[in-house]
Design a protein around this ligand. Sequence first.
Ligand SMILES: *[C@@H]1O[C@H](CO)[C@@H](O)[C@H](O)[C@H]1NC(C)=O
Ligand SMILES: *[C@@H]1O[C@H](CO)[C@@H](O)[C@H](O)[C@H]1NC(C)=O
Length: 268
Amino acid sequence: MDRNNWISAFLMLWLLICVGSSPLSVVVHTSSRVGLPAVLPCSVASHLESNHKPHIQWQTIRDSVFERMGQEQFQGEAYRDRADVPQELLVKGNCSLFLQDVRFSDAGIYESYLVVGGLSIKKRIFIQSVHLAVIDHKDIKSVQTGAELILDLHTPQAEQVIFQNSNETDWAVLWEKDAVINKRGYLKKRDKILILSNVAARSAGTYKVLDSEGLALSTVKVTVTEPVLPKETETLQLKSALGEASMNMPALSLITLFLTFHLMLQTN
Ligand SMILES: *[C@@H]1O[C@H](CO)[C@@H](O)[C@H](O)[C@H]1NC(C)=O
Ligand SMILES: *[C@@H]1O[C@H](CO)[C@@H](O)[C@H](O)[C@H]1NC(C)=O
């Protein structure tokens, strides 16, 4: 083999080793809506020795996320009170990472490792790579005039609700966390929902729930409809039409009328 062939053979081998050992080759993809819990799958069963407390680590490229060895556990700063690998699952070989109240900043690649060895020499065995995508909430609502509009804030991350009237391009701040909001009395916050009472035509438009970074946790498009009560005049007209029909119309017309009503009922 000449020199060039040796180099290409070496490169090929190097590439094979890299691809074979790269965590990227076994990435699992998962997604969660912002504010909800997420489970990042992981199974360590094949590596577990019996009578041994598994020591598991989860990390991202930048941060430590969670670590557990028996009762002892550690949560990374950005994951305080939100991350866990439940012990009862871990002893069975399930090292899945449970995240609560998922944030947009949680999106990315997570890796889990099993730490093995004695006090002096420790070795990390790569277990699983998981890509977490975090998506926003989208909804369409139709509310009747005079009724209540219930907006879901979804998570304690909600800092602000802004509103754009269907006819306008400007956004107005409707609600702000920790601000005195209830000046006009039509807005109430209860737990994780915001209630707008006595909806009017001008309440139609787009509502966005924003987090502290100004990112939209949720977007809701609202249309406002008039209540559909049968009007008295229409009811009377309908009655007289029916009355006439039964008196003067020939049988064929009656059948047509019946079929028409039947169809109307079905399409409704
Ligand atoms: C681990 O436990 C979670 C929650 O019970 C479950 O959804 C998941 O499928 C389990 N994973 C494995 C690999 O057993
Ligand atoms: C938008 O403008 C039209 C015409 O001026 C008006 O009839 C309608 O009620 C407005 N809609 C809203 C949501 O304010």
